[in-house]
Ligand binder design. Structure first.
Ligand code: AMP
Length: 189
């Protein structure tokens, strides 16, 4: 069983690479962004709580996010391995994830960070805006999401680096080449 965290700022290509990794390795995909979007779309009590926060581009508070993640883990006791996409985004989330994995006799084996500079992120999301129509891709909200990444989420990197679990992959260029670089890391160990 292999568990992987795919890490990176909004627009880094986490969704695209996740799809390819799931196909190849059979991970259970846990995207907290997709889960929150599902809740808001279906107007669940959780969706009602997080809608405004998400639309502003801010991070959802840790206790809400961690509880939702735990529920999702508990739904998949037979998983061969998890791919976490968009989680953890804060150090307390990373600590909670380690604890959940440990409680199940498992661990996060790989953390792969997609490295993409801010100018490229903005270009990509501007393009995505014309296709996906995500409310939080609008300019002002995007600024907030990028600020949240560079002020809060970035601190997750040293957390994993200190434990020698961090692998950085250059995230600009050919999608297949980026995918192949990720696979090389996963297949090596
Ligand atoms: P994403 O699709 O991963 O960019 O997530 C969309 C939005 O969902 C984010 O801007 C946050 O408002 C919320 N969200 C997703 N994952 C998390 C997380 N791990 N912690 C806090 N908020 C999150």
């Amino acid at each position: 069983m292999i568990n992987l965290v795919l890490f990176g700022p909004p627009g880094a290509g986490k969704g695209t690479q996740s799809e390819k990794l799931i196909k190849k390795y059979g991970f259970v995909h846990i995207s907290t962004g997709d889960l929150f979007r599902w809740h808001t779309k279906n107007d669940t009590p959780l969706g009602k709580r997080v809608k405004e926060i998400m639309n502003s581009g801010a991070l959802v508070p840790d206790e809400i996010t961690i509880a939702m993640l735990k529920e999702e883990l508990d739904k998949n006791p037979q998983a061969k391995g998890f791919l976490f996409d968009g989680f953890p985004r804060t150090v307390p989330q990373a600590e909670a994830l380690d604890k959940f994995m440990k409680d199940n006799g498992s661990a996060i084996h790989f953390v792969i960070a997609l490295d993409v500079n801010e100018a490229e992120l903005r270009t990509r999301i501007a393009k995505r805006r014309t296709v996906e129509n995500r409310a939080d891709d609008e300019e002002e909200k995007l600024n907030k999401r990028i600020t949240e990444y560079f002020t809060k989420t970035i601190h997750v990197l040293p957390y994993y680096e200190k434990q020698n679990r961090l692998n950085t992959v250059h995230g600009i260029g050919d999608i297949e080449e980026i995918f192949s670089n990720i696979c090389t890391i996963l297949d090596k160990k």
